[in-house]
Design a binder for this molecule. Structure first.
Ligand code: ADE
Length: 229
């Protein structure tokens, strides 16, 4: 999968993909992430990419021209399956969307700043608008990093058996069961006996029960959702 990201703060996107699972995905050639500085397409020598909003009001708006030139230039190299704008008024990101996006070949992500991007870019170029939650961040870079991480770890070959995404919370509308590691007893706190039993069937049943219980207690809303991940 190839992901291009347009940003005015590319530095913010260096570290998230340079370690651990994202690094492995990139090293293995399974995920290629390229961050493009929007100022390359600035409208003047001062590096201007934003301007005051029509109608007045505080906060700058990211201009059409730099964004459109960036999108059109990048689109010469590949055909994007989705052009995604990260924005608090987009559809809420979840595991289902991550699963769907992981099946695509080429994504283009646009990180907004200030008041956001000119509405005409959204109308004419953006195919999907995604929010990572009901709160406002200072820019789209952290949301973009979250999206790339959630999608990248689902690509075949990125995770090994131990970290398999199949057992993640949300994959089947269930939260993950509790996990334990050595020692079997710490300060008198014991690991549930069944996990030490060596009986894979019993352990699987117990984990499923715990996942159900945890979901019912903490996220009863998940139960009501369609099982269509
Ligand atoms: N940009 C600022 N806040 C955001 C959010 N919650 N989700 C996506 N993009 C954003």
């Amino acid at each position: 999968m190839h992901i291009d990201i347009i940003s005015v703060l590319p530095e913010l996107l260096e570290s998230p993909f340079a370690h651990s699972i994202m690094k492995r995905a990139r090293d293995k050639g399974l995920l290629n992430v390229e961050v493009h500085h929007l100022r390359q397409w600035a409208v003047n020598a001062y590096g201007q990419v934003d301007d005051y909003q029509y109608g007045g009001g505080a906060g700058m708006v990211m201009m059409c021209e730099p964004l459109v030139n960036a999108i059109e230039q990048l689109s010469k190299n590949r055909t994007y399956d989705e052009v995604i704008y990260l924005t608090p008024d987009g559809e809420q990101f979840n595991q289902k969307t991550a699963n769907q996006l992981s099946l695509q070949q080429n994504l283009l992500l646009i990180c907004g700043h200030y008041k956001g991007i000119d509405e005409r870019v959204r109308e004419h170029y953006v195919t999907k608008e995604i929010s990572i939650g009901d709160y406002v961040l200072s820019g789209g870079e952290l949301p973009a990093a979250i999206l790339v991480d959630a999608v990248g770890r689902l690509l075949p070959g990125v995770l090994n058996d131990e970290t398999s995404a199949l057992f993640d919370s949300f994959q089947d509308n269930l939260l993950a069961p509790p996990v334990y590691t050595r020692p079997a007893e710490y300060r008198g706190w014991k690991v549930p006996e069944i996990l030490l039993s060596g009986d894979p069937k019993k352990i699987a049943d117990w984990r499923y029960e715990m996942a159900l219980q945890r979901t019912k207690e903490r996220r009863p809303d998940l139960d009501e959702k369609e099982n269509d991940l």
